[in-house]
Design a protein around this ligand. Structure first.
Ligand SMILES: Nc1ncnc2c1ncn2[C@@H]1O[C@H](COP(=O)(O)OP(=O)(O)OP(=O)(O)O)[C@@H](O)[C@H]1O
Length: 722
């Protein structure tokens, strides 16, 4: 099998069983490359191998499977699966039935446990096998004495599945024979010994060389045959079996279609067989499909269906990865591939992990994996593995650990990160909304400083703390405008510490309840407190009327805090782009400046004022100032500190960068052109592993991001200056 082509697509072979009729519906019109013609439909198909009835088991094995077995030794996950109509020779081909001797499974075991090879090999080789079947959507362990009780499936794994250590090919064949006997079979019109289940035989191999340790896995899958109830004549239990078989096959077809369409969602969870095959049927593996067909003209419909399935499978592009290769003298060092999750989940059947073990990942995390071995049959099950984490143990640099994490763990980390970011965004949004909320007595009055904060891409906890503290103090300052209280208020002692004495007018902030939502959120999600200086409040008659406002504000705030506002989902960043690009000196900025320069706002005159009139006049002043400002050369030229001169392009780029650094997977995919869910996930992974994007150019550091793709990204997202 040419290995280069293997990297590009799944190896697809078609095997036609010996003819039962005189005429054949299939014609091989070209041998290299093999092209099949269905004369009746004038349809041609091109595959990697076509085995007609004269092809023997040896040829099938050599052409379609042998190269994969060599790859397993190098540490790859490989899967061979037989698919086709019932009675077309899948079980015969795989060797998972009564005529097992000549099939693929015993041959693969022979190749891996070849005595000569084992004797001459200087490496330490460890081989284990497992054999399961899926019958009526339930999983059975074919190697267990108690094979009639179904095993529970946990996600995509079967925790209780037993594995057997094998040293020689005959020993392995004995297990295979036992498993084959335990399979559910039945008689149908089309096959006197029809397998009524899907069978998965797995060989796990670990090779220890002088310098490294490599893990590989070979899955040999004999799928139950697709059948038409009419043809098989199945009734009762067999009918139900047929329904389940067809359901499983339909789901496999959907998985294959999704993989070939490079869809971001692969429907593995739809059936038991696809859940179990998730690890095997994905693009990280080398996959070889043997599509078994019957050339009998009577079976043309089924043959056509199988050939279409094979054609679709051929479209899948694979990018196989070495499962895991560790440096032997330093098992913490993953040389290539990924740490198999099975190491952590206890699914790995390797013998040497019987005793308390330290996997590369556990060592670096200071964890000890303690597989509790069932001494009777030496099985390690998922449930039997306990993790004891010694947190005080070695502190390894996070980046080192991250390199060793499996994609599943990384995915989980990315998801967790996204969740945290989402929560931060929620909190940020609650705070920003709080700052923005107009009061009953005033429309938006915010200081230049607060507006700056609002537009600053990164809101820091220090700033939030300051802002909230200032808000509370400004409220006190407002109260002090009342002559009755001015004298007694202790704010006089402190006011020097607050440059803008009246910074905000926000009714909701009047209430001490402002502390609660923020404080609660902080406590709940981030374990930090906003230390607010106690604001001295003196109860006056005015407070009574004020209280009713406070109560409603408090309710509104509580409601806001409870709401899960996804900042990333909203169009906030786009809005910001627009506002910041258009932004001139805002009315609020100017107004605050005017306020600062006005004695009444400096709280110096001690007279109660009519806030409405005052605000109206201030607004007019502010408008005038604003007009003046916009027309000044400075405004046009701008100063370094002024955001008003930032070109729309720069601010847009900043927003995109912010999105790259803080967006959730969904928001990235939704808001950025040419970024789908997969790329968004890649971006999240990059953030976790590389600490984020310092500039948009960093996208080029992501795998598969060449200049062309990057250019396209810039173009579609308006990041290129024209
Ligand atoms: N290439 C072949 N050479 C010789 N005999 C074959 C070949 N293919 C299939 N057969 C015979 O055809 C019969 C049916 O084959 P098999 O049980 O393997 O079919 P199947 O596809 O697994 O069917 P099912 O899905 O119902 O289990 C068996 O008796 C088998 O020996």
């Amino acid at each position: 099998m040419p290995m280069d082509s293997q990297k590009e697509h799944i190896q697809v072979s078609v095997r036609s069983r010996p003819l039962l009729s005189e005429t054949s519906s299939l014609q091989l019109i070209s041998k290299d490359p093999p092209v099949l013609l269905l004369p009746e439909r004038s349809q041609t198909y091109q595959f990697d191998n076509v085995f007609l009835e004269d092809a023997d088991q040896q040829k099938v094995y050599n052409d379609a499977v042998r190269p994969l077995v060599n790859l397993v030794k190098l540490g790859y996950n490989c899967t061979v699966f037989a698919y086709g109509q019932t009675g077309t020779g899948k079980t015969y081909t795989m060797g998972s039935g009564s005529q097992f001797q000549t099939g693929i499974i015993p041959r693969a075991l022979d190749q891996l446990l070849n005595e000569e090879y084992l004797n001459n090999c200087k490496n330490e080789i460890d081989v284990r096998i497992s054999f399961l079947e899926i019958y009526n959507e339930k999983v059975f362990d074919l190697l267990k004495s108690d094979c009639k009780s179904p095993l529970p499936v946990s996600g995509f794994t079967v925790p209780g599945l037993s594995t057997k250590n094998v040293k020689t090919a005959p020993q392995a064949s004995e297990w295979l024979q036992l498993g084959n006997k335990n399979r559910h079979t039945g008689e149908t019109r089309q096959n006197s010994n029809s397998s009524r289940s899907h069978a998965v035989f797995t060989i796990y191999i670990s090779t220890k060389t002088s310098s490294e340790e490599v893990f590989g896995k070979l899955n040999l899958v004999d799928l139950a045959g697709s059948e038409s109830v009419k043809k098989t004549g199945s009734k009762g239990g067999t009918f139900q079996e047929g329904i389940n078989i067809n359901k499983g096959l339909l789901c496999i077809g959907q998985v294959i279609s999704a993989l070939s369409a490079r869809s971001s969602y692969i429907p593995y969870r739809e059936s038991t067989i696809t859940s179990i095959l998730k690890e095997s049927l994905n693009i990280d593996n080398y996959i070889s499909l043997i599509a078994c067909v019957s050339a009998d003209p009577e079976d043309i419909t089924e043959t056509l269906q199988t050939l279409d399935f094979a054609q679709r499978t051929k479209r899948i592009r694979c990018n196989p990865e070495v499962v895991a290769k560790f440096k032997k003298d330093n098992p913490e060092r993953l040389i290539q591939g990924r740490t198999p999750m099975s190491l952590i989940q206890g699914r790995t059947p390797m013998k040497r992990w019987k005793t308390p073990l330290k996997t590369p990942i556990s060592r670096s995390l200071g964890m000890t994996l303690l597989p509790l071995i069932n001494e009777r049959d030496s099985e390690i099950s998922h449930a039997e593995v306990s993790l004891s984490i010694d947190l005080s143990a070695k502190k390894t640099a996070i980046t080192d650990v991250q390199q060793m994490l499996s994609p599943m763990v990384k995915k989980h980390m990315v998801r967790t990160e996204a969740l945290i970011l989402e929560r931060i965004a929620n909190l940020e949004s609650v705070i920003q909304n709080t700052l923005r909320r107009p009061t009953r007595r005033s429309s938006r009055l915010m200081s230049a400083e607060s507006l700056k904060e609002e537009n600053t891409p990164k809101i820091t906890w220090g700033k939030i703390q300051d802002t909230v503290t200032k808000m509370v103090y400004s409220e006190v300052a407002q109260l002090m405008q009342k002559p009755a209280r001015a004298a007694s208020s202790p704010i006089d002692d402190n006011h020097n510490t607050f440059p803008n004495k009246i910074l905000f007018r926000d009714e909701s902030l009047d209430s001490p309840a402002i502390e609660n939502p923020l404080h609660d959120l902080a406590q709940k999600d981030f374990s930090f407190k906003i230390p607010l200086k106690p604001a001295p409040l003196v109860k006056t008659q005015n407070d009574i009327s004020r209280n009713s406002v406070r109560r409603s504000s408090r309710l509104a705030l509580k409601h806001q805090a409870n709401q899960s506002v996804d900042l990333m989902k909203s169009d906030w960043w786009f809005d910001s782009v627009i506002t910041s690009s258009k932004r001139k000196k805002t009315e609020e900025d100017t107004l605050t400046e005017v306020m600062k320069s006005t004695p009444i706002f400096n709280n110096d005159n001690g007279h109660k004022t009519n806030t409405g009139t005052r605000r109206k006049s201030m607004r007019l002043k502010a408008q005038k100032c604003n007009e003046k400002y916009v027309n000044t050369p400075q405004a046009n030229r701008g100063s370094k500190n002024s955001r008003s001169i930032e070109s729309p392009h720069t601010s847009h780029s900043k927003m995109v960068l912010k999105l790259l650094n803080h967006g959730t997977q969904k928001s990235l995919a939704e808001k950025l052109q040419s970024v789908g869910l997969k790329t968004a996930e890649q971006i999240l992974t990059f953030r976790v592993l590389r600490g984020g994007f310092s500039k948009i150019d960093d996208l080029l550091k992501m795998p598969d991001w060449g200049p062309q793709k990057y250019e396209r990204f810039l173009r579609l997202n308006f990041l290129k200056k024209t």
